[in-house]
Design a protein around this ligand. Structure first.
Ligand code: ATP
Ligand code: ATP
Ligand code: CA
Length: 218
């Protein structure tokens, strides 16, 4: 069973820590603020009040035994960098750090972060895309050029099979799965699969091919 540590319990860190705990994982939550530690104490495995920039304290908490540590100290960039470095030096295998800017991210990678996240920026992009696009419901960016997205079918596709539409040739998209409703999902639909009005298509493709689904078509 994986053990997690979350250092810095702002809105983002608090949510990461309590979500992991609700999923059944062991979570050690650390913050310098006594009140926040009290607030989270019965929603994680262990909650500790400590200044995480103090290497001796961090060492005494047994952080090195954790599988993943997420450093979610945000606005204090200096503390975020120091803590990331200390945790990595202690030998934690996978360290995720939250960044405020590209420069901050670069430094975090330099001191050993295995992954850097930008929750505000990423959520902003996600919300914006959802607001302007009528057909794209959700997306995962795989690389600069490719994504997996959930789309509603085009009107003219309804009642036709994947083969009749020629989704691959005509639209450059591969249908990975079709969601029928909350429970039912058809994985890897074949050429004879006929699209229904309520279907949500999970497709993988090049961003330039996916872009036409992003425009509002009123
Ligand atoms: P969010 O947007 O997620 O609410 P934020 O980016 O605004 O957070 P802060 O509120 O500055 O970030 O920091 C997150 C948490 O990190 C705070 O609860 C703060 O008390 C804690 N923190 C800051 N410095 C330290 C430190 N040296 N050791 C432990 N916790 C710290
Ligand atoms: P091709 O190599 O010409 O793409 P194929 O031999 O893989 O075709 P089939 O699996 O028989 O073809 O499917 C025929 C056509 O139906 C495909 O070319 C494609 O346009 C469409 N199709 C079938 N399955 C999918 C899918 N999962 N996603 C997108 N298109 C599909
Ligand atoms: Ca913030």
């Amino acid at each position: 069973m994986k053990q997690f540590g979350v250092i810095g319990l702002g809105r983002f860190g608090f949510s990461v820590a309590t979500s992991l705990y609700e999923m059944g994982y062991d979570v050690l939550a650390v913050d310098i603020d006594e009140q926040i530690v009290q607030d989270i104490s019965d929603r994680v495995t262990h909650a500790v009040q400590a200044d995480a920039t103090d290497e001796n304290i961090i060492r005494s908490l047994g952080i090195r035994n954790l599988d993943v540590v997420i450093v979610t100290i945000g606005s204090n960039i200096q503390a975020s960098i120091m803590v990331t470095m200390i945790v990595k030096e202690l030998g934690v295998k996978f360290v995720v750090a939250k960044a405020q800017s590209d420069l901050h991210a670069k430094v975090l990678y330099k001191v050993g972060a295995d992954r850097v996240v930008f929750p505000e920026r990423d959520m902003g992009i996600r919300v914006a895309r959802n607001l302007v696009s009528s057909k794209v419901l959700d997306y995962i960016e795989l690389s600069k050029d490719y994504s997996i997205v959930e789309i509603e079918p085009m009107i003219e596709w309804i009642g036709l099979s994947l083969k009749e539409i020629g989704i691959r040739q005509n639209h450059g998209l591969n249908v990975v799965a079709v969601r029928k409703n909350k429970e039912d999902i058809v994985v890897s639909p074949g050429p004879e699969y006929v699209i229904n009005e309520d279907d949500i298509l999970v497709v993988i493709g090049e961003n330039r091919n996916l872009r036409k689904f992003e425009k509002k078509d009123e």
